[in-house]
Write a protein that binds this ligand. Structure first.
Ligand code: ADP
Length: 268
């Protein structure tokens, strides 16, 4: 990913306060950062810092209190078809009474495509996440990892330019999680997508990111933005075993510990 790639997302002086008056809770304060086309950016920070709040603002699921978000130079004021979201809770985001292919096709509902065409696109998206053969299975017939693959296929079927993922692998077993991380990297490259992923797993952030944004807490501000210079050649064995990986992990961990120390919180 070249540093000179065009800007995709620009977050400018974003603040979010929940409640008003005496019960006002300033969660995000003056958050500013850029994400360039084709970048993989992870957002980390202590639990309760405001990561999910920031993603909700980024995807226009919730208005910010002040500041703005621009997508390709245009101010974002409503959910954009260029942005797809994958949530942590696949059990709640998939419809249990619909087969995998119908769950994926649901994302095309607004496009009013003929049913046959929507299902063909849905099957293509399922194949791209390794679920060829599972098209007519119901969510309850699939493992957790496979259900999250269905949720990823549903996010991809609309051909988004930006994929936003909120702790997508937090409820997945350790081995499957590594597979899904590699799948996400491969999809990002093959589809030339920009990815913004929230995680509380520091190793995951270091493994996946081109850059890591570390948030502080109460209120969340951008504590540091860290370049991760592994390039495109990453694998779960050599990358994680490299000295650079260890250095980055320790650095991110120390930033988060520092925030927790200032807050008088115990480590997560
Ligand atoms: P994170 O994702 O980093 O764990 P969240 O964005 O979920 O953090 O929450 C940040 C803070 O905002 C927390 O103090 C939480 O209680 C508060 N919060 C989150 N959602 C709401 C809401 N809908 N109304 C009021 N407060 C909220």
């Amino acid at each position: 990913m070249a540093d000179k790639s065009p800007l995709r997302l620009a977050v400018r002086a974003l603040s979010k306060t929940y409640g008003t008056g005496a019960s006002a809770n300033v969660v995000l304060q003056d958050i500013t950062f850029d994400i360039r086309e084709g970048e993989f950016v992870c957002l980390v920070g202590p639990s309760g810092a405001g990561k999910t709040t920031l993603l909700r603002c980024l995807t226009s699921l919730m208005p910010a209190s002040s500041g703005e978000i621009q997508l390709d130079g245009q101010r974002l004021t409503r959910p954009s078809p260029k942005i797809s979201v994958v949530f942590q809770e696949y059990t709640r985001s998939l419809m249990p009474w619909m087969t995998a292919e119908r769950n994926v096709a649901l994302a095309l509902y607004n496009r009013k495509l003929p049913k046959r065409e929507a299902l063909a696109l849905s099957r293509e998206a399922l194949a791209s996440v390794g679920l060829k053969g599972a098209e007519t299975k119901y969510p309850w017939q699939l493992s957790g990892g496979m259900q999250q693959r269905v949720a990823i296929a549903r996010a991809l079927v609309t051909q988004p330019e930006v994929l936003v993922m909120d702790e997508p692998f937090a409820s997945i077993d350790a081995q499957t999680k590594l597979e899904l991380e590699d799948l996400t990297l491969a999809l990002q490259r093959s589809r030339d997508m920009t990815v913004m992923l929230v995680t509380h797993d520091i190793d995951e952030a270091v493994y996946l990111s081109d850059r890591i944004i570390v948030l502080s807490k109460n209120p969340a501000t951008v504590q540091e933005i860290i370049d991760v210079r592994f390039g495109n050649e990453r694998d779960q064995f050599t990358t994680r075993a490299s000295p650079l990986f260890g250095e980055l992990r320790s650095h991110v961990l120390s930033l988060i510990r520092l925030t927790q120390h200032k807050q008088g919180l115990s480590p997560a």
